[in-house]
Design a protein around this ligand. Sequence first.
Ligand SMILES: [Zn+2]
Length: 83
Amino acid sequence: MAERKGKCPKCDQLISSVTVSAVHLNSWLNTRRYDGVIYTCPHCSVILGAGTDPVALAHDAVDEIVRRLRKTRSERSASIVPK
Ligand SMILES: [Zn+2]
């Protein structure tokens, strides 16, 4: 299968990989800062895109699942204990 390459919109170089750098994403909905990444051209460093950090997003999802499971378990235990 042939390798697909796009062109950088600024320097017109063919791009087969991008550079990923960590950034903070500031939400206008609340004061929380999220972990994000920017994707830049390896030739001229123009920003090609930005988004949430997929690794941080996975960790946050696992942490939230564990937190909810613990909460559910503690609520279940509390209902068994006689008053
Ligand atoms: Zn470029």
